[in-house]
Write a protein that binds this ligand. Sequence first.
Ligand SMILES: Nc1ncnc2c1ncn2[C@@H]1O[C@H](COP(=O)(O)OP(=O)(O)OP(=O)(O)O)[C@@H](O)[C@H]1O
Ligand SMILES: [Mg+2]
Length: 224
Amino acid sequence: MLELKNISKIFNKDYDNQTIILNQADFKVNKGDKILISGENGIGKTSLLKILATYDLDFEGTYLINGKDVKEMSEGELAKIRNEMFGFIFQDYFLLEDESTKYNIEIPLLYSKKYKFSEKKERFDKLIDEFELNKKLRQAVKTMSGGERQKVAICRAIINDPEILILDEPTAALNPRFKEKFYEYIFTNIKDETTLILVSHDTRYFDSKIFKEYKFVDGKLYLS
Ligand SMILES: Nc1ncnc2c1ncn2[C@@H]1O[C@H](COP(=O)(O)OP(=O)(O)OP(=O)(O)O)[C@@H](O)[C@H]1O
Ligand SMILES: [Mg+2]
């Protein structure tokens, strides 16, 4: 379903501070895979997820989504994929800072034809209850705490029940109670056919029978 072929990603190429992130790497993700990626700080995990999420198209090699080359897709096609197929939590969240909690969480629903209005409302209410954001709905996210912002990003990522969830350290800013809550919620609600690609250091939460673990070393990914 997602296939990186011979991908290289280099920052500041040919300068003194050149950083090689991916070096002719291959990586394949099948429908329903649950993938955990680990690796040292600065090795390139976030950069890889940005490529997978189609936010970074500036790489060498080929990235196919359901057999189609992302570099040949129109802006419209890419927007549709990002909005309807993927749900993501980036490490730096990418929230709309001036907008409210409510608006940020609702964004994926605005364009989605997946649910009826009443179902959308139900999903929204359930999530904000679960993550205790009821009192924060009207507040602009730029005025919220790190943990609260992470909860908004979590709700936005999962509200539309996307086919593919791409999560970059989704619980790093949460306290232990919400960490537990997040993983419990994810593991009880996620479907077999949902694809999950996750970077996390909280490895104790993951069942190694379900997760394929990849280690990121020297520009390549190794199944461990
Ligand atoms: N836009 C950029 N320009 C130059 N270098 C960059 C850019 N973005 C990332 N880098 C560098 O690429 C390397 C990989 O960054 P990345 O954020 O992918 O690492 P990471 O594995 O996610 O690290 P962490 O565990 O700290 O989140 C880092 O050395 C970073 O400084
Ligand atoms: Mg990172």
